[in-house]
Design a protein around this ligand. Structure first.
Ligand code: ADP
Ligand code: F6P
Length: 325
């Protein structure tokens, strides 16, 4: 028999991402529209365990769709990785009468969601991470904003780099995935992109390319280095300068890529996915992840989703090389 859901809670977990607020808003307002009671849980699984939980109404999510970060705050919670922590979380849901939960986060957060589902709390994951590294979905909330932020920052670095006829090594985020780096490589017109997924360019080859580019008359060289690539950005910049004699600077873009007002793309996906998650709960579904696949919103079993693999697009990688000549 389908479990009737009366009270839905929402939390954000792991690294924050622009668009998480739009997703929270969509969960809260869709749930209210379906006649459900709604709770917000502060600071991810930490707040769930400690009972940092409050009832939310429509006004609580006013004026947040345009804001970066997450109004529910986020955290990484070690205790929740243990069976005892998970049991405390499930017990706290029962204390507040929470029978449906939406977890906005990445793969780690979904592992926690799966544990709660096994403990009887109907739980749905919504993919929120700038890294785009969730295998079951073509889109994760925050990616578009992060790439646009990186692109604008790198354009600025290019201005000064060209003026000084320098080489720039720019490190972008992405943890073990190179999606932000590959996109930046193409949209910023980089001379080379170093990715965790493609460890096929040696330092010598890279330096040779930079020298050839100088001989061709290029005024500057832009190297995008993904956070997860084996190259250390500062050491690489020093080595390039030492061997080529070209003045070289390393810039690590860092957390500025995680902030800022979400783009329309992020707000739209966040709104659609948040509402979709609530509708799954209303249908009595649990242990599912919302995904955007081949232009459609769909959902997958969490365990199945966590087993899936994806990699960067070979076509885009080839294009980044062709366009850098
Ligand atoms: P993300 O969700 O962005 O991948 P993390 O990997 O840091 O971020 O995970 C976020 C949180 O999810 C962790 O701090 C922890 O509370 C929870 N989590 C991660 N892995 C597990 C696990 N195997 N079992 C239960 N909870 C987990
Ligand atoms: O997962 C998002 C992300 O920004 C990664 O790109 C990065 O590796 C990591 O989080 C940084 O985490 P923290 O904010 O804990 O330094």
């Amino acid at each position: 028999m389908t479990k009737q859901i009366n009270t839905i809670a929402v939390l954000t977990s792991g690294g924050d991402a622009p668009g998480m607020n739009a997703a929270i808003r969509a969960v809260v307002r869709t749930a209210l529209a379906r006649g459900k009671k709604v709770f917000g849980i502060n600071r991810g699984y930490n707040g769930l365990i400690s009972g940092d939980i409050f009832e939310m109404n429509s006004k609580d999510v006013s004026d947040i769709i345009q804001k970066g970060g997450t109004v529910l705050r986020t955290a990484r919670c070690k205790e929740f990785i243990t069976p005892e922590g998970q049991k405390r979380g499930a017990d706290m849901c029962k204390v507040f009468g929470i029978d449906g939960l939406v977890v906005i986060g990445g793969d780690g957060s979904f592992k926690g969601a799966e544990k709660l589902a096994n403990l009887g709390i109907n739980t749905i994951g919504v993919p929120g991470t700038i890294d785009l590294d969730i295998a079951c979905t073509d889109y994760t909330i925050g990616f578009d904003t992060a790439v646009n932020t990186a692109m604008e920052a790198i354009d600025k670095i290019r201005d000064t780099s060209t003026s000084h006829e320098r080489c720039s090594v720019v490190e972008v985020m992405g943890r073990d995935a190179g999606y932000i780096a590959l996109w930046a490589g193409i949209v910023n017109g980089a001379e080379a992109v170093l990715l965790p997924e493609k460890q096929n360019i040696t330092q010598e080859e890279l330096i040779k390319t930079i020298i050839q580019n100088r001989n061709k008359g290029k005024k500057h060289n832009l190297i995008i280095n993904a956070e997860g690539s084996p190259e250390d950005s500062v050491k690489l910049a020093n080595r390039i300068e030492e061997v080529t004699g070209i003045s070289t600077r390393a810039t690590i873009l860092g957390h500025l890529q995680r902030g800022g007002s979400p783009t329309a793309v992020d707000r739209m996906h966040a709104s659609m996915m948040g509402a979709y998650a609530v509708d799954l709960l209303c249908k009595g579904k649990s242990n599912r992840v919302v995904a955007f696949k081949e232009g459609k919103y769909v959902d997958y079993d969490i365990i199945e989703a966590l087993k899936m693999q994806k990699s960067i697009s070979e076509k885009r990688y080839e294009l980044s090389k062709i366009l850098s000549i």
